[in-house]
Design a binder for this molecule. Structure first.
Ligand code: GLN
Length: 315
């Protein structure tokens, strides 16, 4: 097993970068053009030491990585029973923004909180008197768990999410028709679009992963911000659905909870060991960073991070 070091990460970045050519940057993200295609950066945070390689200075929108933060808040606010009355916990074989699944499976609720429909329904379970108040609570929570008080939402990305939101609107209104929405669709969508537009760098993503990989404590005050049971729930769903319809492959090849976003960000939470933050903007058809995905698999191999690895006992 290799030793975690900047050098190891640099080697993995170099080996993974060629996979960027298998993906495309998402053109509806305003700051993304082809100059971002060959970008890859990673930060690993062990709680004691940071390790970095590649482009770690870039700030990108959270996009779907925000779905795990929304789920944590919803669980804190309403508890497991209420949350999973509204959204399932089963993996889905369709694309992350699939509409067909909402009707085909004759269920009033979306499959899980890691796909768009599920996250829009879950956003409605963040408490607050208005969208502004709910989003302020989201920001407060994300600033707390990353220990970064400077995190902000990009107005430009938020506007782009709104103007390119036809598919998400379709999902929200369809869910309203089946009773899966407990909030006015436009309000839930507004909150969802805002969460997608929060800007982070690899270090911030790694800090979210580290928070989840450990006891869910505020890095400054050490106060517990989420119960162990809720953390376990979110990480289990990340393992089965965090990489959409590639989650099975990532469970086999990486073997720890991951969440991706179409900005090419990936958050990894290796229980008890480390948080991983990756940015590689070129994504595949399923919405996962191609170079970033190669990177987490290779890191898992090198450092033996697969949670299901066999421990050999001496006879
Ligand atoms: N903003 C994107 C959307 O709503 C987020 C999806 C994603 O990151 N997979 O479609």
């Amino acid at each position: 097993m290799a030793q975690l070091s900047n050098q190891l990460l640099e080697q993995i970045v170099e080996d993974s970068l060629p996979y960027a050519s298998d993906g495309e940057v998402r053109p509806v993200i305003p700051m993304y053009d082809d100059t971002k295609k060959d970008v890859l950066g990673v930060t690993v945070w062990t709680g004691e030491e940071y390790f970095h390689a590649g482009r770690t200075d870039l700030y990108v929108p959270m996009q779907s990585t925000a779905k795990i933060v929304t789920l944590m808040l919803a669980l804190n606010d309403f508890g497991k029973k209420r949350v999973f009355d509204m959204v399932g916990m089963e993996p889905m074989g369709d694309f992350f923004n699939s509409i067909g699944q909402l009707e085909r499976h004759q269920t009033e609720k979306p499959f899980n909180p890691m796909i768009n429909a599920g996250a829009i329904a879950t956003a409605a379970l963040i408490k607050g008197g208005s969208v502004e108040e709910r989003f302020e609570r989201f920001m407060e929570f994300i600033r707390q768990i990353t220990g970064n008080p400077d995190l902000v939402m990009s107005e430009e990305i938020y506007e782009a999410e709104k103007s390119n939101g036809a598919r998400n609107r379709a999902l929200a209104y369809f869910m309203q028709s089946t009773g899966a929405m407990i909030m006015a669709p436009e309000e839930a969508l507004d909150l969802y679009f805002r969460t997608n537009a929060v800007m982070m760098c690899t270090e911030d993503f790694a800090r979210v992963g580290h928070f989840m990989a450990n006891e869910g404590r505020d890095p400054e005050t050490n106060i517990r911000l989420i119960s162990p049971e809720h953390l376990r729930t979110v990480k289990s769903i990340m393992l089965t659905s965090g990489m959409y319809n590639s989650s099975g492959q990532f469970a086999v090849e990486a073997g720890f909870p991951l969440k991706s976003g179409v900005s090419g960000a990936i958050i990894g939470a290796v229980p008890g060991r480390m948080g991983i933050g990756v940015i590689g903007p070129a994504i595949d058809a399923k919405g996962n960073s191609t170079a970033g995905g190669a990177l987490v698999k290779s890191l898992s191999n090198e450092l033996d991070l697969n949670m299901f690895g066999v421990i050999e006992h001496e006879l």
